[in-house]
Design a protein around this ligand. Structure first.
Ligand SMILES: C[S@@+](CC[C@H](N)C(=O)[O-])C[C@H]1O[C@@H](n2cnc3c(N)ncnc32)[C@H](O)[C@@H]1O
Length: 347
């Protein structure tokens, strides 16, 4: 599916010269454009960096970290807005810092993503220097020319780069940051899974020596495996999640490692215990694809006598999807919103 906002930005990407940055997040997965060697991609998604590198682009995987770019050192920034407001505000604020006077920020998005408000705010910051266009009634782009310094107060990015304590319970304090899935709370489904973890682990014939947290976010599930005494591998493809999870492991003395991977593809090992709260969707890809990919990853990484513990919304047909991959599929509990599913005996 082609993203109309990306269609609007494409000529900017094709024609960029000098030092140019393409700020890309999950919305851009599977959107293609011919390689422009003047452009470096900065993305917080490992899978997107891989996809673009394979297509010939130069990419930097980071949590939209622009510290390597000196003030007024960049000619063009091209950005299709992200879902989360603090991320968008962070990118616009950084653009005014790193763009050369006269350098451009091209920013596009859809009306229901708040693009018109973002353009208004950016226009104010860039001292009114904006050329606006639209593809259809929903898809807008602004090309802003940097006046060299912000003309008004920077946008509220909720201190984007900063990790901070966001939640705690009787076991741990959890730190996270904007840009991480559900960053400022404990996910209700994950809390439900942990409250019933014993129901899962009693099915193991021996205490697990290792465990895998598939799509770890800031590490809630992984940390709550620690009392089992196993070494934990936590993996995600989001740069901010990996930073937060590493910090939490360090601060709370968790015996574990944090690994960057797309759906655990880069991990070889198999585990006796896998925990997973899979994502609903990614960019424009549909929920079913992601559920299937995470189920396949669980099958690939589960020991033959191990168990995988999934939590999903009640409406997700995980049991049906898991049928071709596991011989044992059991709904362990259901609280009216989420269900907990045990998978074992991978095919
Ligand atoms: C529903 S969240 C669960 C987060 C965390 N485990 C928790 O319980 O709070 C799903 C996680 O999957 C991650 N994710 C999405 N797509 C991924 C992919 N292709 N590879 C690895 N992780 C991915 C997201 O970044 C997010 O952290």
């Amino acid at each position: 599916m082609t993203d109309t906002a990306f269609t609007l930005l494409k000529p900017q990407l094709d024609n960029a010269t000098g030092t140019s940055l393409w700020i890309a997040d999950e919305n851009l997965l599977n959107q293609t454009s011919r390689v422009n060697p003047a452009v470096t991609v900065i993305s917080n998604r490992f899978d997107l960096c891989q996809q673009l590198e394979n297509a010939g682009w130069t990419s930097q995987f980071s949590d939209f970290d622009f510290t390597a770019y000196a003030d007024h050192s960049v000619d063009n920034i091209i950005y299709r807005v992200s879902k989360e407001k603090p991320v968008v505000h962070h990118v616009i604020n950084q653009a005014i810092r790193i763009l050369k006077p006269g350098g451009t920020l091209s920013i596009a998005g859809l009306k229901n993503e708040g693009i018109k408000t973002y353009l208004d705010k950016a226009k104010k910051l860039f001292a009114g220097q904006m050329e606006q266009s639209k593809l259809d009634k929903n898809t807008w782009m602004g090309i802003l020319q940097s006046p060299g310094a912000a003309d008004s107060e920077l946008l509220d990015d909720q201190d984007y780069p900063q990790l901070r304590e966001v939640a705690s319970d009787e076991h741990f304090n959890y730190s996270s940051k904007p840009g991480v899935y559900g960053w400022n709370k404990i996910d209700k489904g994950s809390a439900f899974l942990i409250s019933e973890l014993a129901q899962f682990t009693e099915r193991l014939t021996a205490p697990p020596e290792t465990a895998l947290d598939l799509g770890c976010g800031y590490g809630y599930l992984a940390m709550n495996c620690a009392p089992l005494g196993c070494k934990i591998t936590a993996t995600d493809n989001n740069a901010g999640a990996l930073l937060a999870c590493e910090a939490n492991f360090r601060a709370q003395g968790i015996n574990g490692e944090v690994v960057v991977a797309d759906c655990a593809e880069e991990i070889e090992q198999r585990y006796p215990l896998i925990l997973c709260n899979p994502p609903f969707h990614q960019g424009f890809s549909v929920e079913g694809d992601m559920t299937d990919r995470f189920l396949n990853a669980a099958r690939r990484h589960l020991q033959s006598d191990g168990i995988a513990c999934f939590v999903v919304n009640l409406h997700i047909p995980l049991e049906r999807k898991a049928k071709k991959l596991f011989s044992t599929i059991e709904v362990i509990a259901d609280n009216g919103s989420f269900k907990l599913i045990l998978l074992a005996q991978p095919h």
